[in-house]
Design a protein around this ligand. Structure first.
Ligand code: WQD
Length: 345
């Protein structure tokens, strides 16, 4: 009998790639998503890759009664992966209450409903944003690095949600949790059937870069080259989205099948810091496609440099990021080309 998993936000970028890897690992997947920042065609892409169309319910998880009905109609769900959240840093500064209501209410509803349906665990999608700008002695970042005051409401919702999970588990909730702190997820599935498809003008680097490379955008603005880094541009830890998805499957397996701690936290990164300018040059070398760019002023809220120490995930989960930056950037480019062939962008 296949174990059944709820992927909340499963038509989104990381949720769809994780659904594929869960199905590949033999899980049955139920997706709940409100499609506020994703497209239902993603289900076609998942089915093309795995041959299995996940069960899909279009629903806003802030609707607790609606969620309860959806769970009652899909009995036997053993675990949850919570991706569903608003995630644009800049937008969160302009619309904080939307972010607090959406990201926190969604989590609370799921945590309250899990015992009613005898769910054993929740994997929570968190972010390296919780670390803010780590002090020099704390780079690369381990899970023990201090949590800094959030620089945006988006980052604050991640910190608050982690604390809500901690407190709920501490109050003897009848389930476990694994919190995964992502660094910068990028790239697309090698089949180019699914990938990152932001609505409107992309806020984050890779979709904007590939849209510039293909001619949708005139040029890429590089937000600052006057930082205290080797080439002056910001440094991040860019992790392949399929590698990231695979870590979720390992975490779910661990939670459902082992006697691990009731709550665990893991940094998911490559352990390598890459600057914006290095990334642009790697893309150009890997694809042979030029990216017109201009150095402009810094973006408010950006931190200077952060990259992971992934030793705990490597050792405890037995997980290590596999894909090279060049291959990952090629996958992002192949996805962008596929979108144009499909007339989507
Ligand atoms: C990366 C670098 C920019 C766009 C955020 C969230 C994080 C996660 C990923 C959800 C920075 C520079 C960007 C552009 C640029 N969110 N940049 N020109 O801000 O590191 O992380 O998104 O999972 O939680 O905090 O990602 O891709 O926006 O920026 O120069 O047009 O690229 O300054 O240095 P970020 P990003």
């Amino acid at each position: 009998m296949k174990k059944k998993i709820l992927v909340a936000g499963g038509t989104g970028y990381i949720g769809s790639h994780t659904t594929v890897e869960l199905q590949n690992a033999g899980y049955e997947v139920v997706i709940i998503d409100d499609l506020s920042n994703s497209n239902i065609e993603v289900l076609d892409g998942i089915e093309k890759i795995t041959g299995v169309r996940p069960i899909f319910i279009q629903l806003d998880l802030k609707d607790k009664e609606g969620t309860r009905k959806a769970l009652a109609a899909n009995p036997g769900i053993e675990g949850v992966i919570l991706f569903a959240a608003s995630k644009a840093v800049g937008e969160s500064v302009k619309q904080p209450l939307k972010y607090y209501r959406n990201n926190i209410t969604t989590l609370i509803n799921i945590l309250e409903l899990m015992p009613e349906f005898n769910m054993k665990g929740i994997v929570f999608s968190s972010s390296c944003t919780v670390y803010g700008q780590p002090d020099p002695q704390n780079l690369p970042v381990t899970e023990e690095a201090p949590i800094k005051p959030a620089l945006s409401p988006y980052g604050n919702t991640k910190q608050i949600n982690e604390e809500i999970i901690h407190d709920t588990i501490h109050a003897n909730a009848p389930f476990k949790s694994i919190i995964l702190r992502y660094f910068n997820p990028i790239g697309a599935h090698p089949s180019a059937e699914i990938g990152e498809l932001p609505n409107g003008v992309p806020q984050n680097l890779i979709p904007y870069l590939t849209q510039t490379a293909i001619g949708i955008r005139k040029e890429l603005s590089v937000f600052g080259d006057d930082y205290n880094t080797p080439d002056g541009s910001c440094i991040r830890d860019y992790i392949n989205v399929v590698d990231l998805a695979k870590a979720h499957v390992i975490a779910m397996d661990r939670m459902l099948n082992t006697n691990n701690e009731k709550i665990e936290i893991f940094n998911l990164g490559t352990g390598k810091g890459v600057s914006v300018l290095e990334l642009i040059h790697t893309f150009e070398e890997a694809t042979g496609v030029k990216v017109p760019y201009r150095i402009v002023g810094r973006r408010e809220g950006d931190i200077e440099k952060v990259w992971a120490n992934p030793a705990k995930a490597n050792k405890v989960l037995g997980w290590t990021a596999q894909e090279s930056l060049a291959d990952t950037l090629k996958s992002a480019w192949n996805w962008q080309v596929k979108l144009r062939e499909g007339g989507i962008q």
